[in-house]
Design a binder for this molecule. Structure first.
Ligand code: GDP
Length: 449
């Protein structure tokens, strides 16, 4: 990370660039030096944050920029600095305030295009050959047509010269970078196996702080290390049952988990024989049609609710597994509801993402970036539980993922060259629609299809 050292916080280059930014003055098109920056506004849940940081880092690599993260969002409580001898956190005297930016910001690229700030229409020719000191990129789920032009080659050409880019996103937009012709050669060199982008970048960038790592290793040693097989089940519920019962309990989701795990032979079938075990957790000898042997499957569940893992454990205690294997369920926490700005809560969430990534097979909940982060770190293609409708267990209860990559949920569908909407899931063989979000895009390696 030579460039981060040369241009990052504490360097003369950074001081000058932030002075220029503070002055608010436009710059001559010839005045840009080789220290350009990408400032990322961090927001949303932890899975989203990991996806947005990874996407921004890749974009910074491809466009030769220094990535700087918003420092006030507990990132330093969760992750160590990935770049030795420098920092990825923006200094506290950074002149821009992240709260100022949103869809209606005049400095957003989409609004600048709409307001003809560059000359006329969507023509990016510059007024008097002057570059704005910064451009804000609004790439959140609610972004509009003009914001999405970010993913077009001509727009990238223009943005290349802007010294500061401020980005706000809550998505994994990497699949659309693979569709920008100017980036394709470099991406091919960086990732000969295309579906390993998140896996490599996340393992390079995210190093949990000591407190988080302590919880991960303690739980792993105590509950997972000795098992013959480790099954991770990530349960994320988007349905509601009244205002207070966000996570259920929903029997149709419990049924979905058990059906998926048993149909796909990730967990043993439960014996339906009469007179199965006596229902006590400690009875681990003769039970039902099978005799318990010494083999144990450790199930790591993660959820905001404790109910699902309690039920799974109860089922395997009451009626033994047909092949006599012991199934032991462990859930590190049940926080009940999401609290994105709470340090302890986020530390638990990160520890659980890492623990899931240490399992041998994974079942995840579709649509959830928490699950995407775990599968990507693990390098595992999960079985994805699709969203249920009307409180009915979907059939099939889960599908196998095509790749280990996260899904880009609100991907654009505009063909920049033809200037019309098109199905971007059909343009190249390595960018397809996601299993869980039919309008989203994800990277697959065609050699694995
Ligand atoms: P997504 O909303 O499922 O895409 O995932 P995010 O990680 O972006 O946001 C969900 C947030 O809710 C997490 O970051 C946690 O704060 C919390 N959360 C959701 N599921 C779990 C879980 O299984 N365990 C813990 N500890 N927290 C969770």
């Amino acid at each position: 990370m030579q460039k981060q050292k040369k241009c990052g916080p504490g360097t003369r280059a950074y001081r000058e660039a932030s002075k220029q930014l503070k002055s608010g003055q436009s710059m001559s098109i010839n005045a840009t030096d080789d220290c350009n920056y990408l400032f990322l506004i961090i927001h949303a849940g932890l899975g989203n944050r990991m996806l947005e940081i990874t996407s921004a880092f890749l974009y910074a690599l491809l466009t030769n920029r220094i990535l700087l993260l918003d420092r006030y969002k507990e990132i330093a409580d969760l992750f160590c600095e990935p770049f030795p001898g420098t920092s990825w956190l923006v200094p506290s005297d950074f002149p821009l305030n992240d709260d100022e930016f949103g869809q209606s910001s005049a400095e957003s690229y989409g609004n600048m295009l709409q307001n003809k700030a560059f000359g006329g229409g969507t023509d990016r020719s510059l007024v008097g050959n002057r570059l704005p000191p910064y451009v804000y990129l609004h790439l959140d789920g609610n972004y509009g047509f003009h914001d999405k032009l970010f993913f077009c080659e001509d727009d990238q050409q223009f943005l290349r010269g802007v010294p500061w880019l401020v980005m706000r996103t809550d998505m994994y937009f990497v699949p659309s970078l693979f569709l920008v012709p100017a980036f394709q050669d470099e991406l091919g060199r960086l990732f000969p196996e295309k579906d390993t982008v998140f896996h490599h970048l996340a393992r390079y960038l995210f190093h949990p702080t000591n407190g988080v790592w302590y919880s991960v290793t303690r739980c792993f040693r105590s509950y997972l290390a000795k098992a013959e097989k480790r099954v991770g089940i990530q349960i994320r519920i988007y349905e509601t049952k009244g205002i207070l019962q966000r996570n259920g309990p929903f029997p149709h989701i419990l049924n979905q988990i058990l059906s998926c795990a048993q149909n796909e032979k990730l967990l043993p079938e439960i014996s339906m024989a009469e007179g199965a075990a006596d229902g006590t957790r400690n009875n681990r000898t003769a039970a039902g049609s099978g005799t318990r042997n010494n083999r144990t499957i450790a199930v790591l569940t993660t959820s905001l609710s404790a109910w699902y893992s309690e039920q799974i454990q109860e089922k395997y205690d009451e009626q033994s597994a047909v092949d006599g294997v012991s199934v032991r369920v462990f859930q590190p926490s049940h926080e009940e509801y999401q609290r994105s700005r709470n340090k302890g809560h986020n530390m638990k969430a990160l520890a659980e993402i890492y623990l899931l990534s240490m399992t041998d097979v994974l079942i995840t909940s579709g649509f959830s970036t928490f699950g995407y982060a775990a599968q990507g770190l693990a390098g595992l293609k999960p079985w994805i539980m699709l969203k249920s409708e009307n409180h009915v267990t979907p059939d099939p209860p889960c599908v196998r993922a095509m790749s280990i990559e996260p899904c880009f949920h609100q991907a654009p569908f505009y063909d920049c060259k033809a200037r019309k909407d098109t199905d971007l899931g059909k343009v190249v063989p390595y960018v397809r629609h996601c299993e869980d979000v039919s309008w989203g895009l994800k990277i697959v390696d065609q050699t694995h299809l």
